[in-house]
Write a protein that binds this ligand. Structure first.
Ligand code: 3H9
Length: 711
């Protein structure tokens, strides 16, 4: 046994407890400890059954992802669990897996080798490996379809989404749900099974749900189509179907061999390395170097929002979804009516799709209180301003917050670009003020930029991070500069796309290139969705921060003047039909050609490579400046922001990781070339130049900074 695994006999039942906090990952020592405990239980004649359970908040959340990372970097092989799984399955005594929290990846694979599985109602079971660019590599692709059938196995492995215990029971993945104490329930269940005549079911020997080749062929074809559409450009979701096909067509051992080959190939891929980076980047963002673990955190139980527009109502839903009571204030009752209708419609659609029950919708609706007054502002734990981007108006609202709020209340602005310190100046308590920049739609998008002003108290930042976690979002602390991190990088990206169009591309060509590369949406489609009026105002305001005479896009003004404001007016960069489907518009092309002619810009053929380099490298360059100025704590924080808030393809790891994979020398060289061709907007960021000349990477930059912080 080891410290990581405990064996305790409960009369005739051996309870093997995994104790590897925080998530009982199968780190080195855990499989070995389990094997030793199983052997001891097998040898002990007084033991009639075995229970395997996790200590703390969860069963086993999977293989140790650090180990996978080492293997992906070429240091060592992936964890090997074959021997342990066979030992569990071949045990002469019934082995019961007692699941609470999460049984994910290798955790579910271990569970499926048991003879029986029981779970608490809140348990989640899944094979999320594709999210890390691999496939289940510990025989999961071979056992899962034997338990749940091919269609459900395809769905679980391609989506990577876990199923809740009730569904797992329906699918045959677990045998029973347990009310009350799991450990004692598992012991009782194990005794029940011990007296049943053997043999106890071995998953690997089951075939009844595997179907026949002719019946499976269309299921596999549909699965591959689903993988191509839902996980665009990703290799692992397609590869996992090859392994599932092997389960249905080959003997178990041969299927396992095939799975092993595929997982080894996946682990050696750029996609896998990028996705592993994304996993750890997201967790690293939660660590703020100057915030100690004892920084006080207040519990946010009630909030009030000023501004019932799209953002205000989205934030209200995000809060209500986590059980926080929220007052939604606006100056016009018509705005409130629209907001409540929007919220009700969103929830009703979720109920219709089966995401949650009507009762849950009713509870959430009851938490949102529309109002024209400031009632309840004096007792709220958090006040959020979500009005239009107008500094004077925001300052006025914050002055009101200052008069009304209780001393411990946190005052947040949802500004996407403005100066938090100036907003804080309108109050007598700037230490309580910060930015909480949600992304639209705020109840869906995972990112929240947490903007730290010069006076924001550490406890306010810590509370905001805890709130983001409670809302199941990803909080990333950013500095107070124009546009913070995300929008500051977005502006040059949008601008460059417009220059490309002036020089000869079309909006549809640019968008197609970006989508094919993996962006969730093309930049012109994004612009039309956000509204060209918003973009126009942002650009006008931004001019105050820029040197006069810089190249400005030519056509945006004209579209704005024509009232082509994007989706909301049925036309912007594209023309929209009733289903909001964008269609290229010759009128826009004529405007562009005209503007280019008048301004002496020769039009030429623009290649896909040029579109991609100019769009992505301009972001990387701005990201480098942000990093150098300290407005992002790490390059990986910038990646997390782009992955969780801006539709950057996860398998490319975020813009800064992507730059590392291209090679900073190459990126820098191209930026230099663009600088000489296109002028000052392409001036290389000094940090990028420095790292490129040193042959270094952003990853190395982050690591060096982290080790300095530890000194
Ligand atoms: C797999 O199993 C492959 C197999 O098929 C075999 C192949 C051969 N390993 O997320 P949190 C750390 S692939 C190592 O903030 P939560 C995490 O880094 C794996 N570490 O907590 C963090 O560390 P730190 C399949 C892990 O409560 C801390 O735990 N499994 C692992 O919000 C807390 O994490 C998965 O993909 C791990 N497996 O969420 C599950 N998991 O404090 C991945 C977590 O130092 N994990 N850590 O920053 C999750 O989805 C979430 O962590 C979980 C908890 C839902 C479990």
């Amino acid at each position: 046994m080891s410290e990581l695994v405990n064996l305790s006999p409960e009369q005739d039942v051996a309870v093997i407890t995994i104790q590897n906090p925080p998530v009982n990952a199968l780190s080195p020592g855990v499989p070995e400890g389990m094997a030793a405990a199983l052997e001891a239980a097998e040898r002990d004649p007084s033991i009639r059954a075995i229970v395997i359970i996790g200590e703390g908040r969860t069963f086993i959340a999977g293989a140790d992802i650090r180990e996978l990372e080492h293997a992906a970097q070429g240091h060592g092989a992936p964890p090997e669990l074959h021997g342990l799984l066979a030992q569990i399955e071949d045990s002469s005594k019934p082995v019961v897996m007692a699941i609470h929290g999460t049984a994910l990846g290798g955790g579910l694979e271990v569970a499926m080798a048991g003879h029986y599985r029981i779970a608490t109602a809140d348990a989640q079971l899944g094979q999320p490996e594709v999210n890390l660019g691999i496939i289940p590599g510990a025989e999961g692709t071979q056992r899962l379809p034997r338990l749940v059938g091919l269609p459900a196995a395809i769905e679980m492995c391609v989506s990577g989404k876990p199923v809740a215990a009730a569904q797992a029971l329906r699918l045959g993945l677990i045998d029973r749900m347990i009310d009350g104490d799991l450990r004692s329930g598992a012991i009782a269940f194990a005794r029940e099974k011990a007296i049943q005549p053997g043999p106890h079911p071995k998953t690997r020997q089951r075939h009844e749900k595997l179907g026949s080749p002719p019946a499976n062929a269309p299921l596999l074809a549909a699965g591959r189509e689903q993988a191509r559409q839902r996980r665009r450009n990703m290799a692992a979701p397609l590869a996992v179907i090859d392994a599932l096909e092997a389960a249905a067509s080959l003997p178990f051992e041969e299927g396992c061999q095939k799975e092993r080959e595929i997982v080894t190939e996946c682990l050696a891929s750029d996609q896998c390395r990028a996705l592993l980076h994304a996993f750890f980047a997201e967790r690293a963002a939660a660590k703020i170097p100057d915030l100690s673990s004892d920084t006080p955190i207040s519990d946010i139980r009630s909030a009030a929002i000023v501004g019932a527009g799209t953002m205000g109502s989205g934030i209200a839903m995000a809060l209500a979804n986590s059980g926080i009571s929220v007052r939604l204030k606006d100056v016009e009752s018509a705005s409130l009516d629209r907001a409540i209708a929007r919220i009700r419609q969103t929830y009703a659609a979720a109920v219709e799709k089966g995401r949650f029950l009507q009762g849950v919708m009713d509870q959430r609706m009851a938490l949102v209180h529309p109002q024209l007054s400031d009632e309840g502002f004096d007792t709220a734990d958090l006040l959020i301003e979500a009005v239009v981007e107008n500094l004077a108006l925001k300052k006025q609202i914050f002055a009101g917050f200052d008069r009304l709020a209780k001393p411990e209340c946190i005052l947040a602005s949802n500004t996407s670009t403005l100066d938090i310190d100036q907003i804080a100046e309108a109050t007598g308590r700037p230490h309580k003020v910060l930015g909480l920049h949600f992304f639209s739609p705020a109840h869906v998008m995972r990112l929240v930029e947490i903007v730290r002003g010069k006076d924001t108290a550490k406890s306010v930042i810590a509370t905001a991070m805890a709130l983001a976690k409670k809302l199941r979002k990803v909080g990333v602390v950013v500095g107070n500069c124009w546009g913070f991190v995300g929008n500051r990088m977005m502006l040059p990206y949008m601008r460059e796309a417009q220059f490309l169009v002036e020089e000869g591309a079309t909006p549809a060509q640019v968008d197609q290139a970006l989508c094919d590369w993996g962006m969730a949406m093309g930049i012109f489609a994004v612009d039309d969705m956000g509204g060209l009026d918003v973009q126009w105002h942002v650009r006008e305001e931004r001019k105050a921060f820029e040197k006069p005479g810089l190249r400005q896009p030519l056509v945006l003004d004209e579209l704005y003047r024509m009232g082509r404001l994007g989706q909301k007016t049925g036309a912007g960069w594209y023309r929209y039909d009733g289903n909001r489907k964008p269609a290229p518009d010759p009128e826009v092309l004529a405007l562009v050609e005209n503007a280019a002619r008048e301004n002496g810009i020769p039009r030429r053929t623009i290649t896909t490579d040029e579109i991609l380099e100019r769009s992505i490298y301009i972001m990387i360059n701005e990201g480098s400046r942000i990093l150098e100025e300290g407005h992002a704590l790490r390059a990986s924080d910038i990646d997390t922001i782009y992955l969780t808030g801006y539709g950057f393809p996860p398998y490319r790891g975020g813009p800064m990781w992507y730059a590392d994979t291209v090679g900073l020398r190459k990126v820098y060289r191209r930026i230099e070339e663009f600088h000489s061709l296109h002028g000052e907007l392409w001036a290389p960021a000094p940090l990028l130049k420095h790292l490129a000349e040193e042959g270094s990477t952003f990853t190395a930059f982050d690591a060096a900074k982290a080790s300095l912080a530890r000194l």
